[in-house]
Design a protein around this ligand. Sequence first.
Ligand SMILES: [Zn+2]
Length: 454
Amino acid sequence: MNRIAGRAAITVLLTLLLIAGFSFFVAEYVTKANDWVLFTGSPHIYNGTNIGTGTVIDREGVMLLDMEGERTYGESAAVRKSTLHWLGDRYGYISAPALSHYSAQLAGYDIVNGVYSYGQNTGVAKLSISAQVQTTALEALDGRKGTVAVYNYETGEILCAVTSPTYDPDNVPDIENDQSGAYDGVYVNRFTQSVFIPGSIFKIVTLAAALETVDDIQQQSFYCDGVYTIGADKITCEAAHGNQDLQQAFRNSCNTAFAQVALQVGAEKMEKYVEQFGVTKSVSFDGITTAEGNYEAVDAADANIAWSGIGQYNDQINPCAFLTFLGAIAKEGKGVEPHIVSQIFVGLSETYEADTVSGKRIMSAATAETVAEFMRSNVEYKYGDDNFPGLTVCAKTGTGEVGGDNKPNAMLAGFVTDPEYPLAFVVFVENGGYGASVCLPIASRVLEACKNVI
Ligand SMILES: [Zn+2]
């Protein structure tokens, strides 16, 4: 009896161990299978640095990349150049985080069948960008370094985000031995990974902060004789603008006035609102985290607080974060987050579809409306509506001084208010010169191209 009872006990124990072990395996499998199959060394999915399965198309179905094997890019050299930084290269110099992020969905991986599509149906990722608008934007940049981006502030779709310099992955130049500087920073996606000194487009931020905090700011008058003296420091202006109200000062992009506006808001509140507006924060979407900007005013001297309010001092912004900020102004103070991957299919099944993700309210609807009105008056009375036929555009130009003998960075930030074209846009041209003359023609061409694909 004792021996039988002993054996029964051992059997029960072994059974329990088996169940425990199996449960452990199932738990591990369920929680970690994605990592096991999709870890970046997996020959099933990855080819070097970038994902090695599936096809990528643009918003209109134009083939951009077949990721199998040696990678086959699209037919047009212009399209290849203008989309390279979203697709990644063959050698791991340029990664494609938005595609890698969806490797499971692209591989058709599911927990029951494993990588069931491997060798059968491969995934198709549809991006929200348009090859046509991408090439238009890159052509408009005309070899200058910078970035141009447009997104739909109602849906979050990025229609255009080009970065320059770039190159044709099917005809790779000798970047390593280039002495001309033409390829400086070529591996960087300037839209997501870089920061710029904003210059006067930052006056949008200071204006919004003032509208939220200084009750009588719109009743005040700002006098400009071309120089504003703070202690031993001088803030210079392009012209002697004379007496101006806030809207005129914004349209004149008057440094004297905006120095005073920033000082009235005060260092602490400037910092608080820059934070609240998300202007210097990273934006995260599709596995991408954008570069963080910078803003400092507390503990700075008054002259530096003044400079910080006009987009100089230690101000730095990332183009994608600023685009998202503009979208929130256009959408009455509460925007949507951008995205670039719209849909993924494997065979007939959809394995991913982008949602429109609302952000937090960053300013009151009344403030957003006034900022939009002021930006609208810039285009109507200064830049010219003839730049944007058929569109109602709100915008602010900027010229960011970068120091030394270098030409300033030229910038333009804005959005379209027509309900059929809910587009926010940014144009950054490094060492481009004067903001308006450089950036308006670029924005004009790119927005026109967007009309055909929205
Ligand atoms: Zn002035």
